[in-house]
Design a protein around this ligand. Structure first.
Ligand SMILES: [Zn+2]
Length: 280
């Protein structure tokens, strides 16, 4: 079993009985989301500061909240199907009535807002289609991933991950260290100067000042494109991987068109060469 399949089982445990602890949604839900994302970061081997959208999209995962809602909506449906004299049903009806008059920070309040947002009208106590509501929530999350313009690191990443699904290399590359190398490279946690120039030595360099120290360029930023295709320091490595690189000219091509194990081998060689040059 591969690690993220284990993660799926962990997910089921985390959102079990969500309809019970949903009453403390703000604290429990947020903490569970953070735990979930940190777990995924450790699976991928990326930095703990890697953007949330990137971590979830790399594995094709959704926020736990979507699964919480699914549990809660099913609970809602099971409860409204009960006889009107059943205590649990009476308690839920009273809970919603109370929410409308006084309690604004309750799970009933969140449920009302959620249904209003996804169905366009209040659907409490109606037998709506849970699957279609959850499907809308999934599409909404994917839409937010593609529309996020707050994180500049997502601009390049989205060219490598144009669809919201688990990245192919995760199932193709069996070697864990090779998989982590690709994960770090795709998510920008690779240690090139375009990455380290943001925070190394406590100094934030403008992007245009994060120049390549390997070829000592006076005007080339050491970014992914320069590293894979342009830096003259790795020309001898590229010449040994012509089959890999001949059909691509962008990082997106490199990650989408090239065989992932071969990509990992090429990256290892370049990073080893880089380390050797910079250590002299
Ligand atoms: Zn260079």
């Amino acid at each position: 079993m591969i690690p993220w399949q284990l993660g799926m089982q962990g997910n089921a445990a985390m959102y079990s009985n969500a309809h019970v602890w949903m009453q403390t949604f703000d604290c429990c839900g947020a903490a569970a989301e953070a735990l979930h994302r940190d777990f995924l970061r450790r699976l991928l081997g990326v930095r703990m500061s890697t953007a949330n959208h990137m971590v979830l999209a790399e594995l094709g995962r959704l926020p736990l909240q979507v699964h919480f809602w699914q549990q809660i909506l099913r609970y809602h449906h099971r409860t409204i199907a009960l006889d009107n004299v059943r205590l649990v049903k009476l308690a839920m009806v009273d809970g919603f009535a109370l929410h409308q008059t006084a309690v604004k920070d309750s799970w009933q309040h969140y449920l009302g807002d959620f249904l209003h947002g996804h169905l366009g009208q209040q659907q409490l106590f109606h037998n709506f289609d849970v699957a279609s509501v959850i499907e809308r929530a999934k599409h909404q999350h994917a839409f937010e991933y593609f529309a996020d313009v707050q994180h500049s690191s997502l601009m390049l990443y989205r060219t490598m991950q144009p669809e919201y699904k688990s990245a192919e290399y995760l199932s193709v590359v069996k070697c864990a260290s090779n998989r982590r190398l690709i994960s770090r490279f795709r998510t920008g946690c690779h240690g090139l100067r375009v990455d380290t120039g943001r925070w190394a030595d406590g100094v934030h360099l403008d992007r245009t000042d994060r120049l390549c120290l390997v070829c000592k360029s006076l005007d080339c930023v050491e970014d992914e494109q320069h590293f894979v295709f342009d830096c003259p320091a790795y020309s001898h490595i590229r010449s040994q991987h012509l089959d890999l690189l001949q059909h691509c000219c962008t990082i997106a091509d490199f990650m989408i068109l090239c065989e992932p194990n071969a990509c990992a081998g090429f990256l290892w060689e370049c990073f080893a060469c880089r380390k050797q040059i910079l250590s002299v």
